[in-house]
Ligand binder design. Structure first.
Ligand SMILES: *Cc1c(COP(=O)(O)O)cnc(C)c1O
Length: 358
């Protein structure tokens, strides 16, 4: 399939772009273009791949996504190398996960090669928007159901699109440890549910819990399992790791949690270094006890946006506990550096994770 490339008629001026790139923050600044591929069950399946000026979608008020939330998304980043080239980090993993998400939500599955090409075409045309330094270009592929029909059934029509947002370093002056709130009133994922796929509905359902975290002066929420309300699962949008005094790592097993690309990469890098990594259930009571006894040295969250985010303190209605003195630990920071160095092309890439766009 050949992309029809239609450059924007009135792109942002160079001066305005430079101003926007000074301090872009996260998810507020967007590039000039978007990639779009449409799907129609009745006609030709996936068709009309385009790169065009970023603009609004025209949508019927009865479009399925507006009523029954048939929507999935991905998040990945492009990084500028010192030689001026651009790296994508494991886009094949995102393309695969996107297919799995589509399958779970009864949506059309986009071929992985088309997913990656849509991302790369957008990076090529919007190359001028690539931030330098510790910044990156955040890519947001997503798909919505746009059949005009109020019956409850899988849509016969979809829009797949990719937009791009230049982002600064997530943390200015290095990652500060976060305080997290244990959600006792809400869960995010039940066995058989949609917790393991990246669909917007999961986020909608997590917002009330996140608001509760903010009300309790915490940065983020951590969810427990829905069945027993004992096992630590993950944050609203990040996976979680525990570091013990024998140097080993533990992270909750796959199942109801989102299988993070960062989680998988950290497991691989830790094992490369000879670290023992267990993927096992871990209860909130054990977490509290291990933090108190000193058996637990560090905890950290991880995901594409923040890479690695140390957890300094955990709060709940039962009180609070501090981990490793509440400061960023050496294991979390070491893994973070290893990963970031591979992403920016400053370190060898033994697992073939980097795809050079330029
Ligand atoms: C996206 C996401 C993550 C992190 O996944 P990465 O592939 O590492 O970015 C973790 N948890 C949830 C709920 C997510 O949506």
């Amino acid at each position: 399939m050949k992309f029809d490339i239609q450059p924007a008629a009135s792109p942002v001026s160079e001066a305005d772009r430079t101003a926007k790139l000074k301090d872009p923050g996260f998810g507020r600044v967007f590039t000039d273009h978007m990639s779009v591929i449409r799907y129609s069950q009745a006609q030709q399946g996936w068709h009309s791949p385009r790169v065009e000026a970023r603009s609004s979608f025209q949508m019927d008020p009865a479009a399925a996504v507006l009523h029954y939330a048939q929507e999935i998304f991905e998040g990945l980043k492009a990084y500028k190398r010192d030689d001026g080239g651009v790296n994508l980090f494991r886009p094949d993993a995102n393309a695969r996960r996107f297919r799995n998400s589509a399958d779970r939500m009864a949506m059309a599955q986009l071929p992985e090669a088309l997913f990656i090409e849509a991302v790369e075409q957008l990076i090529r045309i919007d190359r001028a928007w690539m931030p330098g330094g510790e910044g990156s270009l955040y890519l947001r592929p997503f798909m919505i159901a746009n059949e005009v029909f109020l019956g409850v059934k899988p849509s016969a029509e979809y829009i797949f699109a990719v937009i791009a947002s230049p982002v600064g370093s997530y943390f200015k002056g290095g990652p500060a440890p976060v305080t997290i709130w244990v959600s006792e009133n809400y869960t995010r994922a039940a066995p058989g549910g949609t917790g393991a796929v990246k669909n917007g509905g999961n986020y909608a359902a997590s917002l009330r819990a996140q608001a509760e975290a903010i009300e309790n002066k915490c940065d983020q929420v951590v969810f427990l399992d829905a069945a027993e309300r004992r096992y630590v699962e993950e944050l609203g949008g990040m996976n979680v790791f525990f570091v013990f005094d024998d140097g080993s790592l533990l992270t909750p097993p796959l199942g109801t949690i989102l299988p993070g690309v960062t989680r998988d990469s950290i497991i691989t890098l830790a094992k490369d270094a000879g670290t023992k990594v267990r993927e096992e259930p871990y209860t909130i009571d054990q977490w509290r006890a291990d933090a108190a006894s000193g058996k637990l040295k560090e905890s950290f969250a991880c995901g594409t946006a923040a890479v690695v985010s140390p957890i300094g303190k955990v709060k709940s209605t039962k009180g609070e506990f501090t981990i490793g003195g509440g400061v960023a630990g050496p294991v979390a920071m070491g893994l973070r550096k290893k990963l970031v160095d591979i992403q920016y092309g400053r370190a060898p890439d033994p697992h073939g994770w980097i795809r050079k766009v330029f």
